[in-house]
Every structure is written in structure tokens, then in C-alpha cells.
Design a protein around this ligand. Structure first.
Ligand SMILES: [Ca+2]
Ligand SMILES: [Ca+2]
Ligand SMILES: [Ca+2]
Length: 293
């Protein structure tokens, strides 16, 4: 049985009006479906609306500065809250404070960091090891015999090979060959005054020459002490004062200061040119060379 056969008026109209009746029936069905959708939407909102409302309300209260959300809102309270949010106007920031008297506030002073002067580096000196004292050079006192107090018949002779161009001699046949100091200083002698800078043991070197066995000895005395019989070499050379049958060399302990050296003729023809007095007692000591300017 068709709808028309059920006696609906619309069928009668359809049948009467042909296509126009069918078109009106479709519109009615659409309206029915739309109504059902509206009813369903209302039902869903009724069921979940409060929950959504609570979430929204909590967010709104946080925005409003309230930390404690209200309890579950009713639909009316939800609408009111939504309206309050929509119409909420945030407070305007306070106007800048104008100082009393209208003075313009001074700008906040800025801090400019000025670098300090470059720090002066500190020098730390590390003490070095205790320096080893440099060896003290030996004392050497050089005396030219011809510059001493010459007592005749001792005399000086000019010679280009001698130190300072002169040496002293008592010519043969003028002084004898066996003078003894106990006889007095009658055969000639020389007095040499000198000083040393430090108390020490000293030896006396002489630039001497004894051409023969009868012309090769002197007597030597320091500061009025005992005499030393000094046999000299048979060639021009440096020779240390010795004492026949005794010390070789003779060591003189001299205090700091002035002293007197006396060299007396024992055998005429013996030659003496220059004297070095030194506290270098080593055998390797060698007097400096001599010159005749
Ligand atoms: Ca002799
Ligand atoms: Ca002689
Ligand atoms: Ca000389």
C-alpha cells in the first residue's frame, strides 16, 4: 500500500497537483530532521554543560586574579560570569608621579665604570744562592831598588833590560866579597819602605843576577829582624829570598801597615833590580814582567 493509498491529504494533493505535491513533502521531512538535531544538541549541552562551565569558570577566575574557583556554577551563574569577563576592563596603570614643586625628575644617574689604572706588576725577587765570594787577589807590592834609599858604595846603573831601566850594584873591588852584617853596613845597602794592606805571611821575590860565585849573595832583613844570607841565581831571573842553611823561601809574617826592608851587599858584583813582596806563597806564582819605558 502506498502512502496515497493510506488516504493522506498530501497524496491527494500530489495526485492532484502532480510534482508540486511531492516537493512539499520533502521540505517537511527536512524540517523534522532539523528539529531532531536541535533536540539532541540541547540534551548533550544539558549533560556536559556544567563540566565545561566549571573548566571555563576556573580559567576565568584565574584571569581575574582569584585563585579559588567557585563551586559548580548553574547555567545562570555561568552566563553571568561570561558576561563579567566580556565587560571586564583592566585597571589603567597609575600615572607617573610628579615631584613636589613640579621639578623635572632628574634622570637616573648611570654608572660608568672607569677602568682603574693598570696594576703595577709586583716583582718578586727570588734570592739567588749565596754568591760564592770571588777570590781575593794576592797582595803584590813591587819596589824598584833604585827608588829606595841607596847607601854608597851601593850605586845604580842604567840598563835598558832592567825594570824601570835601572838596577843596583856595588861594583867589584868596591865592597869586598865577604861582608857580614855584624860589621856594620859599611859595604853599601838599600832601604825600601813599603806597606801591606793585610796581615799575612809574605815572601820576597827579587829580580837579581849573580854573574859568578864571588858575585852572588846579599843580606836581607825585614823590620830589624834576623838577617838572611841570600844566595842568588847565576843568571838574570826572579828568585825568592832564602837563608843559607835555613828557610827557602823565608816567610815573613807582616802586619797591616808599614814595614822596612833592608838589602845589604855581601859580595860585590851582585846585581838586584826589583822586588816583589807578596802573600801568594804558591810555587806557581810568577812575578809580572818588567819594562824599561
Ligand atoms: Ca858567592
Ligand atoms: Ca864580587
Ligand atoms: Ca829596577
Amino acid at each position: 500500500m502506498s502512502l496515497c493509498e493510506r488516504g493522506y491529504v498530501m497524496c491527494t494533493r500530489w495526485q492532484r497537483d502532480g510534482g508540486e505535491a511531492t516537493k512539499g513533502q520533502a521540505l517537511a521531512e527536512y524540517a523534522l530532521i532539523l528539529s531532531l538535531l536541535v533536540v539532541s544538541l540541547v540534551a548533550v549541552l544539558a549533560a556536559v554543560g556544567p563540566t565545561i562551565s566549571n573548566i571555563f569558570t576556573a580559567t576565568v577566575y584565574e584571569l581575574l586574579g582569584q585563585v579559588t574557583p567557585r563551586p559548580t556554577l548553574s547555567n545562570t551563574e555561568f552566563v553571568d560570569t561570561l558576561t563579567a569577563v566580556a565587560t571586564h576592563t583592566p585597571p589603567s596603570p597609575p600615572p607617573p608621579t610628579t615631584p613636589a614643586g613640579g621639578a623635572t625628575p632628574s634622570p637616573t644617574p648611570s654608572i660608568t665604570l672607569t677602568p682603574s689604572d693598570t696594576p703595577t706588576p709586583t716583582l718578586t725577587f727570588t734570592p739567588s744562592d749565596t754568591p760564592t765570594p770571588s777570590p781575593i787577589p794576592p797582595v803584590v807590592v813591587r819596589l824598584e831598588v833604585e827608588s829606595g834609599l841607596i847607601q854608597s858604595p851601593l850605586t845604580t846603573v842604567n840598563d835598558s833590560g832592567a825594570s824601570a831601566c835601572y838596577y843596583a850594584i856595588c861594583p867589584n873591588s868596591s865592597c869586598g866579597n865577604d861582608w857580614d852584617p855584624t860589621d856594620g853596613l859599611s859595604q853599601g845597602y838599600v832601604i825600601l819602605n813599603f806597606s801591606v794592606p793585610a796581615e799575612d805571611d809574605y815572601v820576597i821575590w827579587g829580580g837579581v843576577y849573580g854573574p859568578s860565585n864571588e858575585d852572588d849573595s846579599f843580606w836581607v832583613q825585614v823590620d830589624g829582624g834576623s838577617w838572611a844570607l841570600w844566595d842568588i841565581a847565576h843568571s838574570p831571573t826572579w828568585d825568592r829570598v832564602s837563608n843559607r842553611g835555613g828557610d827557602d823561601p823565608v816567610v815573613y809574617h807582616l802586619s797591616t801597615g808599614s814595614h822596612t826592608l833592608v838589602i845589604g851587599v855581601r859580595e860585590d858584583g851582585s846585581m838586584i833590580d826589583v822586588v816583589d813582596i807578596t802573600n801568594d806563597l804558591s810555587a806557581g806564582y810568577s812575578p809580572a814582567s818588567v819594562h824599561c819605558p
